[in-house]
Design a protein around this ligand. Structure first.
Ligand code: SF4
Ligand code: SF4
Length: 68
């Protein structure tokens, strides 16, 4: 799930919340993802400059996309 944010890496910059096309992310020091809104597009994972969203998660998205 994109909601898996590593709180030790997250700077709280809010970029992922700004860029989420579904407005699924709200900031509360770290991002909270509303699972009802999130389409798992993966943008927030790719966009995070701090690697707070794991590369393994990215690969899961890539694989998921490829299998569709
Ligand atoms: S873009 Fe990355 S560092 Fe910034 S708030 Fe989102 S998860 Fe945290
Ligand atoms: S995966 Fe896409 S829809 Fe879900 S929180 Fe991230 S940017 Fe928003």
């Amino acid at each position: 799930m994109p909601s898996q944010v590593n709180p030790q890496k997250c700077s709280g910059c809010g970029t992922c919340a700004e860029k989420c096309p579904e407005e699924a992310i709200t900031m509360d020091l770290i991002p909270y993802v509303d699972p009802d809104k999130c389409t798992e597009c993966g943008i927030c994972v790719i966009i995070c400059q701090y690697g707070a969203r794991d590369i393994e998660e990215v690969m899961k998205y890539v694989n998921r996309m490829a299998s569709h």
